[in-house]
Write a protein that binds this ligand. Structure first.
Ligand SMILES: [Zn+2]
Length: 162
């Protein structure tokens, strides 16, 4: 177990499409432990494997103070009227103040660490977190959802940090 370096925007690994997890072996459990240590260290609501440089379809989400693991997660949209809200990302230097449109209600299907099927309905902030983290598995970051003006503004903030 170890705290890993968070990959930041500009790192090509964040733009790769992650591969499905086949069997849940000790290597995968090690990855999940590293992700949990890293999230606890950074303090965030969720983390996707590519954010620590591993392109596998694994995300972890902080559900009411308990970190849960979702393997090969997929989403079904239950309400397609998108809602705009503030979003942040450890890979975009946790910059705040940029709003992203997301579906307010989604069904999430995944496997847990024992290989059991998980199905849950996520709403509002939680629905947003799942969409954000699953985007990472597809090489997408929240900046991609912004209009041109906001994108320019965010890029200039990122450049100030770099
Ligand atoms: Zn993110």
């Amino acid at each position: 177990m170890a705290v890993k370096k968070i990959r930041k925007i500009g790192d090509p690994v964040l733009r790769e499409k992650s591969k499905n997890v086949g069997k849940i072996d000790s290597k995968l459990l090690g990855l999940v432990n590293d992700m949990i240590d890293t999230l606890n260290n950074e303090g965030g609501v969720g983390l996707a494997a590519p954010q620590i440089g591993i392109t596998r379809r694994v995300i972890i989400v902080n559900l009411e103070g308990k970190i849960q693991t979702f393997i090969n997660p997929v989403i079904e949209v239950l309400d397609d009227k998108k809602i705009e809200s503030d979003e942040g990302c450890l890979s975009i230097h946790s910059i705040k103040g940029f709003c992203v449109k997301r579906f307010p209600r989604v069904k999430v299907k995944a496997k847990d660490l024992e290989g059991n099927d998980i199905t849950l309905v996520a709403e509002d902030l939680l629905a947003r977190i799942f969409q954000h983290e699953i985007d990472h598995l597809n090489g997408i970051m929240y900046i991609d959802h912004l209009d041109r003006k906001s994108k320019r503004e965010l890029l200039s903030k990122i450049n100030e940090i770099k």
